[in-house]
Design a protein around this ligand. Structure first.
Ligand code: AMO
Length: 443
């Protein structure tokens, strides 16, 4: 092909009206109408419509005549002139095309990718994710995930947090002995990290403020719409706090930063998926755990008082209440019972049976857990002994505590939970690129 100019992306066409340009991508769709042939080209960002007529159609037919034929998802390069076409998608059309085939595909893909809505069963969508993730609505979900991660990083970097990467092959379970993937590490027992919890706390001793974006692993042996076995955890931890309320204030600003990044970077994707982003109130409403249980009893007649945790139904009810009483999609629940939280959680000094901890609900589902941690070596020794946990696996963690740690706290936010609540998709498996669940280790 004669060199017209550097390849441009489909989303840049508007700046080139009247010029001949070079675009390249996948043959998304093709149809004939009278003497015309319409091609839709999809690149990594959008779609472009190409119209061929007369001899151009004959040239296309010649490409087609080669065996095997030129099917959708073939990779093609197109050199053509950009024109305004009010009736075309995006108001632009590429005319007088010359088409070159880069990778020829002759079999139809496992799912038709060129319908506005992707019509396939969940199983097909997941089994063929390598291809189905190409669909614009699938791709949009993952672009939003990227925007959310960018917003998380930007907000914390602006506050002088340092990004860290901690080991995923670890010698101790962090969150609880259950739900941990066990593996053989050259003949020794090892686990896949359930969270960066212990390491991010140790790193407070180095940097004071740290964050991490990375995979974590939970061996939860049940199939739910809100659990997967590997997810992306957005973690932050900071030193020199008064208590968990400082962490809640930080999280509020981090959420606002993430939503701002979604608006700024995800405009096309939000429109395509018809997503209405939640507003982060200047102060997110908060309710104490025991009050939340009283409220559920009063409003719904279900006596959950005395339960050690909130059920998914409890969370949905609280979400409804937050919206009705405060006009907020977000709700903090604070002060979870001490015996129900992980050993590192700082008790409430005024009520030691409850903790300086919180969960954050988004639209009635837990999105974040966090709180203040213990920071004194003696307190750790006491709590591990109380819970019958061995000291040995925590040796290095305890060493960090032994040599001086400030009061500190932080949180962990599940990226896929966020995407699920924003998009309203019915299962978390649809917001992970290649979900790992009870039955799925491929693709
Ligand atoms: P927790 O175990 O509550 O806390 O996890 C934090 C957040 O991670 C998400 N999440 C999950 N997402 C998908 N699939 C799962 N199986 C899954 N499990 C948890 C949720 C949850 O709110 N170390 C603490 C955090 C901290 O205190 O800093 C922790 O991991 O969104």
């Amino acid at each position: 092909m004669e060199h017209v100019m550097e390849r441009i992306r489909t989303v840049e066409l508007a700046a080139h009206v009247g010029q001949r340009v070079h675009v390249a991508g996948w043959l998304h769709a093709r149809r004939r109408l009278g003497g015309l042939t319409f091609l839709t080209i999809r690149d990594g960002w959008g779609l472009a419509q190409v119209v061929a007529e007369g001899e151009e159609v004959a040239a296309l037919d010649a490409l087609e005549a080669n065996a095997p034929g030129l099917g959708v998802e073939s990779v093609v390069a197109v050199e053509a002139r950009v024109t305004l076409a009010p009736r075309a998608p995006g108001g632009l059309e590429l005319v007088e095309p010359r088409v070159e085939v880069i990778s020829r595909v002759s079999e139809p893909p496992p799912v038709a990718l060129n319908k506005h809505d992707l019509k396939a069963s969940l199983t097909t969508l997941l089994e063929s994710a390598a291809v189905t993730n190409r669909h614009p609505t699938r791709r949009a979900v993952f672009r939003l995930a990227a925007a959310a991660m960018a917003g998380f990083r930007e907000t914390l970097l602006a506050r002088d947090f340092t990004e860290i990467q901690t080991p995923k092959l670890v010698a101790a379970a962090t969150e609880s002995g259950a739900n941990v993937f066990h593996l053989d590490y050259f003949g020794r027992d090892a686990y896949l990290a359930q969270s960066p919890q212990l390491y991010k706390q140790m790193m407070v001793g180095v940097f004071e403020r740290v964050f991490e974006v990375g995979p974590v692993f939970r061996a939860e042996p049940h199939d739910t719409t809100r659990h997967i076995n590997e997810y992306v955890s957005l973690d932050a931890e900071m030193g020199f706090i008064q208590d968990h309320r400082d962490v809640m204030a930080l999280l509020r600003d981090v959420l606002a930063g993430m939503l701002a990044a979604l608006r700024a970077r995800g405009e096309r994707e939000l429109a395509l998926l018809d997503v209405t982003l939640p507003e982060v109130p200047p102060e997110i409403p908060a309710i104490a755990f025991t009050e939340a249980q009283d409220l559920i009893f009063a409003r719904h007649g279900v006596d959950v008082r005395g339960e050690p945790d909130l059920s998914p139904q409890d969370e949905r009810w609280l979400g409804e209440w937050a919206w009705e009483a405060h006009g907020s999609d977000f709700l903090y629940v604070t002060g979870y019972p001490t015996h129900k939280r992980a050993f590192y959680t700082h008790p409430d000094p005024a009520r030691p049976a409850y903790t300086n901890s919180f969960d954050l609900m988004l639209r009635g589902m837990e999105l974040v857990s966090g709180g203040q941690r213990l920071h004194r070596y003696e307190d750790y020794r006491a709590v591990l002994a109380e819970r019958g946990l061995p000291l040995a696996p925590f040796r290095d963690y305890l060493e960090a505590m032994r040599y001086g740690m400030p009061p500190h706290g932080g949180f962990g936010l599940g990226l896929e939970r966020l995407l699920m609540q924003l998009t309203g998709l019915p299962t978390i498996k649809l917001v992970a690129l290649f979900p790992r669940d009870l039955t799925r280790l491929t693709p």
